[in-house]
Write a protein that binds this ligand. Sequence first.
Ligand SMILES: *Cc1c(COP(=O)(O)O)cnc(C)c1O
Length: 455
Amino acid sequence: MHKVEKKSDSLPLYTRAPMAEPIPKYKIPEESMAPDIAYELIHDELMLEGNARLNLATFVTTRMDSQAEKLMNETFNKNMIDKDEYPVTADIEKRCINIISHLFHAQPDENPMGVSTLGSSEAVMLAGLAFKKRWQRGLKKSGKTAAVPNMVMGSNVQVVWEKFCRYWDVEPRYVSMSPDRYVIDPDDIIANIDENTIAVVATLGTTYTGQFEPIKALHDKLEVYNKEHGTEVTIHVDAASGGFVAPFIHPDLEWDFRLPLVTSINVSGHKYGLVYPGVGWVLWRSKNFLPDELVFRVNYLGGDMPTFTLNFSRPGNQVLGQYYNFLRLGHDGYKRIMTQLRDTASYLADSIEKMGYFQLLSHGDDIPVFAFKLKDPNSPFTVFDLSTKMREWGWQVPAYAMPPDIENINILRIVIREGFSRDMADQLLVHIQEALNYFLKPSYVSTDQKVAFSH
Ligand SMILES: *Cc1c(COP(=O)(O)O)cnc(C)c1O
């Protein structure tokens, strides 16, 4: 009997040609390969990246129900912009906007408006543009000559605001933090406003410490300022991280459309909205705050539907994932999750403080995010050393410098997300303690490996 040459696809997987040879990385390969080989090659390489669930740097969702994953897999091929072809997806987007408008206390008789976006970054660009266009209109009406628009905010804003200002030619006016205050001082904001201020920005859940900024206090001072100066400056709230936390565990905190001068809000669906990356929302308290020239109309069921986006095609499945969460969890489910995350964050913060080497900058009870620094300025190790050491167990705990003016304060930040159990929190504490034991050995010498700040 002669030996029959085996068909290539029945050979053991890792003995087939592409597995045993270098693969082209920077040029498209000449030949095709079997799908299971392509899958394994990429899947295996990605193992090097570590486990997303152990990434305590990101605010972005790393766990969803398997049913949500199934639904989102089934709907990857729907394009969010094709409202006419996918009218059900378009309708579900509208429902989500209504649900979020209600959560943020928009008043139906004021004609609230909103759109879904790729994330808060696109949402911020759109909100900022609306402010700029409105200001330009006012400038034209008043017959004034060209002026430079400005926006007033804290130096602690997320980097997307700096980007907005640079891309759309708006002067950013940053007010400072201080060594013991990591949110804006409303008086500093007011002091920087003038007749070309297109908006002031306040953050509900800052990127650095997770704290809420004093939005109500800012609002009340701005009301007085506007009255005294005959101006109509309004507030945009960057609720990227806090917009799906505050309504459930801080229901009495007034930060949203309950405040008349809050005219637009952005929120990331993919942060505490609990959806995988790719969805955000921006809402206006009234369509009067969204200039018509920014709105384009697309076909929808024979009529037309207003859209306001920077890009055209975008997957529709994230919006469906958002709706799944609203339907599946309801108000009670979100409230239970956010309560649990806050309790876990506060437990961790307290436990880390008790270790004796750290000082908390925040405690994780605004949003479930907290930051801490080293107590001892002459500590034998730095926060960067600790961050690097934690990677040995697979944890990603970012260390970074605070914003300008207090940039000499280096901190570690921990973001607690859905899918992080009390048991994992205890594992994390064990590893932080082990790292401390290692650093406190007399033989230890700091290597101070700085890691980049991750928003
Ligand atoms: C994450 C974040 C952003 C950017 O949002 P993306 O959804 O990641 O685009 C903006 N502002 C704040 C306060 C954030 O936390």
